[in-house]
Design a protein around this ligand. Sequence first.
Ligand code: ADP
Ligand code: ZN
Length: 745
Amino acid sequence: MLEGSGKRRDMKDTPPVFSAQRVRVLLPLPLAGAYDYRVPPGLDIQSGEFVTVSLNHRPMIGVVWDAAEAPEAVPVPDHRLKPVNAILPAPRMTVSLRRFIDWVAAYTLSPPGAVLRMAMGSTAALEPPTQQAGWTLAGPGSNRQPRMTPERQRVLAVMEPGRVYAGAPLAEAAGVSLGVLRGMADNGLIRPALLPHASRFNRPDPDHPGPRLLGAQAEAATQLVAKVAARRFGVTLLTGVTGSGKTEVYLDAVAEALRQGRQALVLLPEIALSAQWLERFKARFGVSPALWHSEVTPRTRRDTWRAVAEGEAPVVVGARSALFLPFPDLGLVIVDEEHETAFKQEDGVVYNARDMAVVRARLAGAACVLVSATPSLESLTNAESGRYEALDLPERHGGASLPAVETVDLRRTPPERGRFLSPPLIEAVNATLERGEQAMLFLNRRGYAPLTLCRHCGHRMRCPNCTAWLVEHRARRQLQCHHCGHTEAPPAECPECGTANSLVAVGPGVERVLEEAAALWPEARRLVMASDTLPGPAAAGMAAQQIQDREVDLIIGTQIVAKGWHFPHLTLVGVVDADLGLAGGDLRAAERTVQLLHQVAGRAGRAEAPGRVLLQSFSPEHPVMQALISGDLDAFMSEEAAIRRPGHWPPFGRLAALIVSSEDEREADRTARDLGLAAPGGEGVQVLGPAPAPLALLRGRHRRRLLLKTRREIAVQPILRDWLARVPVPNSVRVQVDVDPVSFL
Ligand code: ADP
Ligand code: ZN
C-alpha cells in the first residue's frame, strides 16, 4: 500500500487515526449516505483520504468520511464487509471541505454523494502526476566517438549542460527530426531524462505595483486587507457605483491573502465574459490566475485541481463550481456581481453559489467579500442587520460622472410601424455617432423575433417539447426553442391553415434591431454581442478589444453587455424595451430589472465624456423607471423591502419550491395532488399550489409546482424532509427540490 507522503498529510487538520476496523466511505453517487468498508490490517487510513473500493463489483473512488461509530441499521459483521482496496496518492480532502459538502447536501436536500461528485472535479488528478521524458546531454563518461553530422552539431549547440529538453521543441529549435535525437541517444551523445515537473501556475506577486488607491478606495482597501489579515471568517458587502474601482479594491485583499500565504478564490458569474477582468488581474499581479469553469480542458482541469490541492495555485478565478475545489488553506472568497442569478445552479444539485460561498468561507475561517454596484435585497438586508459589514465607494474613479438617465415614452413618440427605435433614440444615436463616440442598443432577447404568427389564421409557431414559442433566428434560417434547443426550418406555408407566405415575425430580437440599425446607419461599424454570436471566452474578449480600440461604432447586445465591461468611448446606451423584464409574476422582477438596466446604463460614460441613457418604455412612471432616472437605488430597495416584509417574502421569509415532472401528465398531476394533500401547515408555514408551472411542458416533461413558504425563523429543510417522506413518488415522476428559488418558471 502507498504510504502517506509529506504532501498528503497537511498540517492544518490532523484527523484522528481510526482504531476501528471499519471506515465510512462516501462515493460520488446519489446514494443516501456513506457506506461502511473494512480496513485491511496494516492499512493506515485517515479521514479525508481518497480510496478505491468496490461497489457492485465495480471499482470506485470514494472519500473516507468519518469513523463508523454507529453501526448501520442492519448491522453487518466486520468480516462480511468489503475491504478498502487502496489509498490514492492524492492530498487528503480537508475537514472544512468535507463539512462543506455535508452542509450543502443538507441545505439543498441533495444526496451527499452528488455534492461530493462536484468536489471530485477530476478523478485523473487523484493519480500521481506523470512526468514526461525528454533529453539531456550525456556529458563526460561516454567515451565513444560517435559520428558527427551538421544536424547533430546543431542539436548539441542548442543544448546546455544539465538541462532537460522536451523532444519536439528541441528538434524544432535545432531544425532536425525526432529521429536525429533518437540516433544521438543510440550513439551516447544525449540520454533520456525526466522533465522537471513544470508548474503551470505562477505565483502572483502581491507587491507588483498596482494602481494608487485614494480616498474612499484606499479606505475600503485598508479595511478589507485588515479582514484578511485577521484570518477569521467575516462577510463584507462591498458596494459602489459602476466604475468606482471595486475590482481594484478587492484585488488589494487578494494581495493580502497572498502575503498571508493563504489562497484566494474569486467567483465571477460568467467566466466566459471575463477577458477584461483577466487582463486587469495580470496587470495587477504580473501573472494570470488559475481558471476553473466548465469549459477548461480535462488536462487543465486535472492540473488545476491538483495544483489547488497542493497549494500551488494561490488564486483561482472561477464559476460557481470552483467552490468545491480542494483548497488546503483558503483565506479569502470574493463573489463579484453578487446579485447575479447566474450564481444559481438550476439542475443537479440546486444551489446558490453566492450563499454557499459564505458557508465555504465560514468553514474555512476565511474572509468573504460580496461585491456589486446593484446588491441583492438579501445582501443589503444582511448588511442592515449587521450580519455583514458594509463598505461603499460613492464615486466613479477619475471624476467620471454617472450617466444621465431619461425615458422615452413610447405612447407619445412611438417608432414607425414595424420598427422598434423611436425618433428620440434615433436622434441621440445620430448625435453620438457624429461626435465620433460609441453607442449601444440593448435588448435582452436573442434572435430576430420572439414569435412567428400566421397572418391568415393566427396560428403561433410553438415548440413541440415546451410551453414556449419558437424564436426566429433569421441569419441561420431557423426557428429555435430557447428552452430545449429544438430547431426547425421556417415553413413556407402555415402548418395550420396551409396559406403560403402568411407567417410574419412579431416583436424584436437583437437581430431585428441590427437590421433596423443597418438601414438607419449604414456607415456605422456594427457589432452584435449575444451569447450565440460570441460563443466563447476568446470571441467575447476579441469583441471587447475591438470596442476598446474604437473599431466599432454601434454595439447591439443582449444581457451579456451588462457584465462589468469597461468601454471608455461608449457614451450612449439605448434600452429598446425597458419594460421587458417586468412582465410575469416573479417575486424579484422589479429588483432584477433595476439591477440589469442599471448595469447596462453603467457601461456609458466611464471616461471623460459624459454618458447618456435612454429607456424606451410604455410606462415611464413605473417605480423601476423612476429609480433608474433618479439613480437612487437605495430608496428603491427600501421600497422593495417594504413591499416584501409584511407578507414574509424573501429575504424576510423563506421559500422552497417542489417541481414535479413526468412525461406522463396524469402521473405528474397525481403526484402533485398527493403532495398538496400532504402539505405541511401550522403557524408561519404555508404551501401554495400545486399549479401548472409557467413552463408547464419542458423538454417533453409535464411540470407542476408547489411552493413552501415559511417565516424566516423556521428552517424549511426538516419540513421538506418530513413532507417528502410521507408521499410516495412513482419512478416515472421526478420531484426536484429548490430551496431559495430564484426562478419561478
Ligand atoms: P468597478 O469594479 O467598481 O466597476 P473598476 O474597478 O472596474 O470599477 O474600475 C473602473 C476603471 O477605473 C477601471 O478601468 C480601473 O482600472 C480604473 N481605476 C479604478 N480605480 C483606479 C485607481 N485608483 N487608479 C487608476 N485606475 C483606476
Ligand atoms: Zn422546447
